[in-house]
Design a protein around this ligand. Sequence first.
Ligand code: MV4
Length: 479
Amino acid sequence: MEKITKVLIANRGEIALRVIRACRELEIKSVSIYSSVDFAGVWVRKADERCLLEGDPIQVYLDYKRIVDLAKEIGADAIHPGYGFLSENADFAEYCVSQGIIFIGPKAEHIALFGDKMASKIAMKAVGVPVLGGTDEAITDTAEAIKVAKEIGFPVIIKAAFGGGGKGMRIVKKEEDFVAMFEAATKEAERFFGKGDAFIEKYVLNPRHIEVQIMADKFGNVMHLGERDCSIQRRHQKVVEIAPSPRLNDAVRKELLRTSKKAMFKLGYESVGTVEYLVDEEDNFYFIEMNTRVQVEHTITEAITGIDIVQSMIRIAEGEKLPMMQEEVKFRGYAIEFRINAEDPKNGFIPSSGRISTYLSPGGPGVRLDSIGHKDYYVPTNYDSMIGKLIVVGIDWEGVVRKARRALGEFIISGIPTNIPLHRQIVRDEDFKQGIFNTTYLDKKLPTFTLDAIQDIAEDEAYSESLAAIAIALKTFKK
Ligand code: MV4
């Protein structure tokens, strides 16, 4: 047991606020680092201590030697990496340990292993997880790769071994397109990740994107915390996440959860992690990648299990055993997370920035808002466009969709465009209400959605009057 007394949070925004909250409940001191752009961020204020990192607004969150040296200087005994930035940098995890700082996350060896999507497939296949057919090592000989592609059958998908977010990925429908697509994929991966290694897989048509939350301590205890359906994505960015998956066949669910837990046990995994799968139209599931970090959407798993995943990460890092047995984990109801992004749905979802002039938060039964937004917050251009997450939880799917519609109707952010109008369209969509969606959902639905914020608030007459009244009141009192 190594009791942690002070955590440096090597991140920003809503996940930094999330870690601060977990620390506070554990009576652990929290330290925020912040760039010159982030000086007014609410997570900076809410931490027990804060340190300005002068320099490039993005690089300061990536300079891990400086961050670890700062942790030592201020007497932090642990670092939480959050997600993004350094959260899956094995060298960072290693450097923390070498400097006597507890890294709140998995072992560096697992971060390194799962950072390589090819090595991940080989490792997961060896511990009984279904993977897709294709090449087992980096493609160096395209003629050989085309031969493999013809054996498994087009379409195939070319993937960068060190890629992410869809970069270095190409779908190849015909043999004659292969070489050009392969070169494009490897060049892109080289440009974005410095390593162009690529492999191919059989392309799964219209898959659902299902992921399994894993939690493991340092004593070989491993548990799953159910699955999440992350199929509603736009350009490889998740937009809406749901737990549990509304229409996943229960036998498939049981096999997914059992396979994931067993694999992580066999690999000696520690801390939290998420095993990502594709589920095809015949309910076959295939491993695609493993995330060795806490994810944005951990919240919906917390909502249906009552387990605080971030506090659990910290306790595991202190050397505590898992808080309960698998059989004690109870799953209740459904939860949906809506990512609230500063982006303009009427302008190709380009990131927006500027001052929030009105910020009216939703509330009431089953509503959680993890957000750094507030009136007069200036949304910067330097970072990811997500300013928060609206999570709703209810006992059944139909009820939780109604709750989402009510909460989204209350959620008013003006001064900058956001994607709230998109969420309002999704929760009104018949297919969504039936739980009928896969990873093609948004591509198919976006052209049919009306994304005019005023138009869709007006649909909730009950709210538009009261909101108009509030807006008038705000204007009146502001004078
Ligand atoms: C796939 C796939 C179909 N077949 N792999 C992997 C990373 C994730 N961001 C998207 N991934 C996919 N991998 C095989 N063998 C479909 C996806 C996929 C996807 C691919 C292209 C365009 C959009 C997509 C959205 C979700 C999933």
